[in-house]
Design a protein around this ligand. Structure first.
Ligand code: PRP
Length: 208
């Protein structure tokens, strides 16, 4: 069988993803959470794991630099990459939401300024509501934006709600549910069919 290159999102779900691969019988002897290494080979040589920034995982997979990827639905939605989404791995479960101050002007108003790590998702959401908005792309600590007056509201992921609560903000509108997904490059799905399906099957078993 041909080797599969699997792109994994660095960050908060990385260790859970490695644990899931372990449950699926795919072992990486030299992986530790503290390691700065970016490439790992599994003990059988059937999977090469590469660690990339979460938003880059769909890009690697779409362009065939990786055959498969493990990444959050948030980043798949933001990238709009043309890939197959095969499995919900149920890790990192959270929600997209519009958030801001409770007494904020109605969300239906046109011309709102929306700050987000996910400007494409934010734009599409407000487009669907029929509202034109201005988006500001931030790379973190998005909750600051309405507090400092950089934006009227934010579009962000909410997991426990603690960050919003501790900053005096609340969910104004719930959006899509998010979790970690297994994605596959469209060409690899056919050309490496046997290896791709073997890995899908192992992960399905690991999830049980
Ligand atoms: C994410 C997200 C929220 C927070 C939500 O940020 O952007 O800020 O987690 O989690 P909660 O509902 O459990 O509080 P992250 O921790 O990735 O940090 P960042 O601000 O640097 O993006």
């Amino acid at each position: 069988m041909e080797q599969i290159t699997l792109a994994l999102a660095k960050g908060r779900t990385a260790e859970d993803s490695i644990n899931l691969l372990e449950s699926a019988g795919i072992h990486f002897d030299d992986f530790t959470a503290e390691s700065r290494k970016l490439v790992f080979n599994d003990t059988t040589g059937s999977v090469k794991l590469i660690f990339v920034k979460a938003l880059d995982v769909p890009t690697y997979v779409e362009n065939g630099a990786a055959d498969m990827g493990i990444v959050g639905k948030d980043n798949i939605m933001e990238s709009q990459a043309d890939v197959y989404e095969i499995l919900d791995l149920k890790l990192g479960q959270c929600k997209f939401a519009v958030a801001g101050f409770a007494d904020h002007q109605p969300l239906g108003n046109n011309g709102l300024t929306v700050a987000s790590k996910y400007p494409a998702v934010a734009r599409r959401h407000f487009q669907k509501r029929g509202n034109s908005i201005k988006t500001i792309k931030l790379n973190g600590s998005v909750e600051l934006a309405p507090i400092i007056g950089l934006a009227d509201v934010i579009v962000d992921i909410v997991e426990t709600g603690t960050t919003l609560r501790e900053n005096g903000l609340e969910v104004l509108e719930e959006m899509d549910s998010i979790s970690t997904r297994l994605i596959v490059n469209k060409a690899s799905f056919t050309t490496k069919s046997e290896s791709v399906h073997a890995l899908i099957h192992s992960l399905q078993k690991g999830l049980e």
